[in-house]
Design a protein around this ligand. Structure first.
Ligand code: GLA
Length: 378
């Protein structure tokens, strides 16, 4: 009887193992179909909100919502083949409506700050919404991160999403009707490509960016101070106590801002009161698409390269994250649990004649591209 039982149990366990093996082999063999799918995510301002899932030929995914155009996750494998998200975010619309600090969102009209929330253009002074003390930050009270974008898909077999938004003349104090289009694409080599286009009917400052927060380890309980960063920038723009650039373009050499060779973010951190929250003046000379930064993490083995057409990069070490919001898995997002690398023009350019111009005029076509490309370190 005992022997029979053992034979039976062994048989069942054997069967289970065989079927498990088969299913994992099937998974391996399963043909991955690249494309994009759409699910209902709720309603805001009377408009339908969706979550789009972009899948590439490797089976890696990016999820994006048309609320604020926010990237909610970017899942790639670590060195052990386990997929986890390197971008922080939420799995439902509700927390996005509680005004998190721009997690994954599209930022406009003006990424980062404009001093005293005003600027003068062609003899007219424009008063903007002040939402960061006396300054305006990331578009004002209701920036592009807090509106529902019109979403369209060219084909459900291509992982590309197009978002459009019309920012009306006078919105948040900015002049001109501005038509903005953003194309998000997940490439087969794990590049999250963001392409921005815009046109206006009156001259306006414009500085579009994406505010994804990254933790390459895929686990926000690992501090980003242990990640290694290279920024191809010999200069940065120092700021005053309200984080408005002083106007100086300062050499990074001999300062904690020197990331020209890969450096652990935490290495000189104690010498930067409040943490890094600065615009780096990229060495690239023109608006061609070039590699400007590289972030790597030894725990997961992931490396992320950043390519952009933009002249600046805002490096922010999540200094204001206070644990109020919980990441996908329920972990609190605390100080330095994630970082942002925002490709952009320099903060407060409309008030800084020595910075590259951010003015878009009628008849001109705004066009910028940024790619966040993830791979495993060699
Ligand atoms: C940018 C700014 C920071 C902060 C974050 C959002 O990175 O430079 O000062 O406002 O956005 O919290």
């Amino acid at each position: 009887m005992k022997i029979l039982k053992i034979i039976l149990v062994t048989g069942i366990v054997g069967l289970l193992i065989t079927s498990c093996n088969n299913s994992s082999e099937n998974e391996k063999k399963a043909v991955i179909k690249p494309g994009i799918t759409k699910t209902d995510w709720g309603v805001f301002d009377g408009k339908k909100v969706y979550l789009f899932t972009l899948v590439n030929a490797k089976g890696d995914t990016v999820t994006i919502t048309n609320y604020g155009g926010a990237v909610t996750s970017f899942k790639t494998p670590d060195k052990n083949g386990n997929r986890s998200s390197i971008i922080v975010g939420f799995d439902s619309l509700q927390p996005y409506l509680q005004h998190p600090p721009y997690f994954g969102a599209l930022i406009g009209r003006y990424g980062n700050r404009i001093g005293d929330a005003k600027f003068t253009l062609d003899g007219t002074t424009y008063q903007l919404s002040a939402n960061d003390g006396k300054n305006t930050l990331h578009g004002g009270l209701k920036g592009f991160d807090k509106v529902v974008w019109d979403a369209s898909i060219a084909s459900d077999t291509v992982p590309e999403l197009t978002l459009k938004y019309l920012s009306k003349d006078g919105e948040e104090g900015y002049p001109g009707n501005l038509n903005v289009t953003v194309h998000y694409t997940l490439t087969n080599d794990d590049g999250l490509k963001i392409e921005y286009e815009a046109e206006t009917d009156k001259a306006t400052p414009l500085n579009l960016t994406n505010h994804s927060y990254f933790n390459l380890s895929g686990n926000v309980s690992n501090t980003i101070l242990n990640e290694t960063l290279m920024i191809d920038a010999d200069h940065y723009t120092p700021v005053d106590s309200t984080l408005i650039p002083t106007g100086e373009i300062k050499a990074v050499k001999g300062t904690p801002f020197d990331f020209t060779s890969p450096k652990k973010i935490g290495r000189d951190f104690s010498a930067v009161p409040g943490g890094y929250d600065h615009n780096f003046v990229l060495n690239k000379k023109d608006s061609s698409l070039e590699k400007v930064a590289e972030l790597s993490d030894s725990i997961s083995g992931r490396t992320m390269e950043i390519y952009t057409t933009q002249p600046g990069l805002q490096f922010y070490t999540g200094n204001f994250l206070d644990g109020k919001f919980l990441n996908h898995g329920g972990e609190p997002l605390i100080q330095h649990s994630a970082l942002a690398l925002e490709t952009q023009h320099f903060p407060d350019s409309p008030n800084k004649p020595n910075f590259p111009s951010t003015i878009l005029k009628p008849g001109e076509k705004y066009h910028q591209v940024t790619i966040y490309k993830v791979k495993l370190s060699r």
